[in-house]
Each structure stands twice: as C-alpha cells, then as structure tokens.
Design a binder for this molecule. Sequence first.
Ligand SMILES: NC(=O)c1ccc[n+]([C@@H]2O[C@H](COP(=O)([O-])OP(=O)(O)OC[C@H]3O[C@@H](n4cnc5c(N)ncnc54)[C@H](OP(=O)(O)O)[C@@H]3O)[C@@H](O)[C@H]2O)c1
Length: 378
Amino acid sequence: MNLKLPQPASASPSGSFVHRRFPSPHPAAAPNAPLASAAGPMIFMPKITNREIRLASRPDGLPTVANFALVHRELEPLPDHQVLVRNLFMSVDPYMRGRMNEGKSYVPPFELGQTLEGRAVGEVVESRAKELKAGDAVFSNFGWREYFMASPKELRRVSRELHPLSVYLGALGMPGLTAWAGLNLVDVKAGDVIYISGAAGAVGHVAGQLAKLRRCLVIGSAGSMEKVRFLREECGFDIAFDYKTGPVVEQLNVEAPEGIDVYFDNVGGETLEAAISALKVHGRIIACGGISAYNEKTPGPGPANWFNVTAKRLTIKGMLVRDWLGRQGEFEKEVGGYFRAGKLKSHETVVEGLDQAVGAFIGLFAGKNTGKMVVKLA
Ligand SMILES: NC(=O)c1ccc[n+]([C@@H]2O[C@H](COP(=O)([O-])OP(=O)(O)OC[C@H]3O[C@@H](n4cnc5c(N)ncnc54)[C@H](OP(=O)(O)O)[C@@H]3O)[C@@H](O)[C@H]2O)c1
C-alpha cells in the first residue's frame, strides 16, 4: 500500500530535530526486549507489517516528498539461515542524492519502485542462523525500512558497549572514516593550516577534531552563526565563519592572511574557488564532496582561477571512502580510541520515525543538521 508522505521535517524543524552530543561512551542501555529468542525451536512470531520507503520518481533539482513512497508490506516467515532485524537507526547522506539520478556513477542508481538502501544499525529480533542471536546489534546497508531479513554475511555485528549505537553511522562509521581517510590522503600533519568547508556536518566536524588532534590550525565554515559557535566551542576549531555572511574568499583572506596549506572540500563551487585562491604554494586539496552542485540541473563552470593549480603547484586528490574500507581496523583503533577516551565528540541531529526520514534527507540540503543526521526508528 502506498501512502502519501507527510511534509518534510524541514518544514517545521524545531519540532522534529533533536541535537545531541556524545562526549564519551556510556554503558550500553539495556537492549530492547527481543520479540523472540534465537536459534533453536521455531518460536511463534506475530505477522509484522513492515514500513519501507521506495523511490517513486526521479527528482528534477531538489528532491521533494513526491519522489518517495512510504509502503506497508507484510513480512513473510523468516527463512532458514537468516535473521530478522529491527532497525534502530538509519542514516541519510548527501551521496544518496546522486543515487536518485539515472545513469552511471561510482554507485549504481536507486531503482524506481524499489526500496531505498543506506546504512543502518539494528537489532536481531529473531534468528534462524547460528552466527547471530536475538539481541545482537548489527550494521547493514538495509536502511529506509523498519525491519528486514538477511543472512549473517550481509551484516556486521557491532558492540553494544558504545552508546548510542548511531555512532556507527557517524563518527565511528562512514563519515568518520571519510574524515580520517581525507586527512591521511594528503598527509595532514602538525603545523598545517587546514580549512574545512561543510565543517559542522557529519564529515566536517570529525575532520576538524582529528586535525586538532594532529596539532593543526583548523578553520571551518558553516551556514549559520549557531554552527560557527558549535565549531568553536564544542569542536575546538581555532577559527570558524558563516559562509552566508559574505564571500568566502574575503572571509578567508581575513581569517588566514598567510594562506592555507590544506583544503578539505565538502562543498565545491564558489567555496572551492575561494580555497584555491587561499592555498599556499604546494597546497593540497582533499576532493571529498561538492554538495553545492548536487541539485543543480546544469552544473556551473569550474573554478575561474584554475590556473592557480599550475602556478602554485597544488596537489588535488580525489577520494572515495570505499577505497579505505581495507583500513577500517586501523581507523577503528585510532578514532575509536579517541572516542572512548573522550577526545572526540560525535554530534548528531536526530529525527524520529521512518515517516520523517524523507524530510531529514531533504533537510541536508538546507543545512538542517549539525553533526550527523540520523533517523531513530525504534
Ligand atoms: N568522497 C567520499 O567518499 C564521501 C563520503 C562521505 C561524504 N562525502 C561528501 O562529503 C560532504 C559532506 O557530507 P556529510 O555526510 O558530512 O554531510 P553533512 O555535512 O552532514 O550535511 C550536508 C551539509 O552540507 C551543507 N550544505 C548544504 N547545501 C550546501 C550548499 N549549497 N553550499 C554549502 N554547504 C551546503 C549544509 O550545512 P551548512 O548549514 O553549513 O550549509 C548541510 O548540513 C558531502 O559533499 C558528501 O557528498 C564524500
């Protein structure tokens, strides 16, 4: 059954978004009561009506609720060697906008009429597989739905010791790995002056804190004075400015008159052009994202000052987080260690309920999030 989705949460953000910060881990909260126990004799499970979000149409510019459909579907009985998982948290991320388009890219497009995918953390509620038991917390790529069935090899068990479990979608998940990988990619080191755009977002606020831990001078830009305060007071950025209050190039000239060594690009467009102007000779660019253009029907021309790349002998390195999955263990050791020691804060904006997920996603393009945008499902 297809239902009309409610208005995006971005239309009334104050009632729907909760900001929270996790300076250090707490003991795990008691798991939600499982619906049934694990392996062993079959246990009666009431029929579950699952809710999931599908792609209804491809957007033309900024996505709208009309591009999505909320579908109710009764789940089949759990097959052997599979587990039933109830999602607790799901992620919405800017890259999903690219997957809504048709055509070839570095990830395949979402299919029309199919349930969307994305990272999620859930809890096993019924198991017919020996590898996992009811109550286990698992990470998956089966977001945008309340329940799903999968085989254990499609899941990764995660520790319940870290609280909240949504940290596996943020600082200790893909955005955190992206931040860490970006710094390693261009060898960010003590004494570097680094400028991070999109700094108050999931990747940016972790990148800035990690750069501070490497003893860099850290500059960040974000889209409101509240975010600027967050960067300075909660994330320890040395300098932060609101990119909406004046041209970025002018603000960088004021804040970093000697120039910058590294630019961590999450935004592209005019911000990239400004950073190219501010970079010193032999400066480095981490080409991570370009959210300013994700909803453009016709992308604008590239930076007008491109010849600076030659004149200043700049290094630009494109990076995709998936190339770094082989270093996940190293990342978890280092960044997980900072988190456990209370040296790294993971900030989240939490939206509650699957029917708010579309609004949360669209809200990314209006800067509705501070830190990682997550949807709490259970
Ligand atoms: N290469 C990779 O493997 C990889 C992996 C993860 C993410 N990324 C990229 O990294 C970037 C950040 O991702 P994230 O997950 O951390 O998202 P995010 O920063 O948590 O959320 C998006 C933020 O972008 C800002 N924004 C939206 N539209 C903008 C515009 N037109 N100009 C400037 N800023 C705008 C908003 O903050 P303001 O209020 O500050 O405007 C918004 O909060 C994205 O470009 C994403 O695609 C790349």
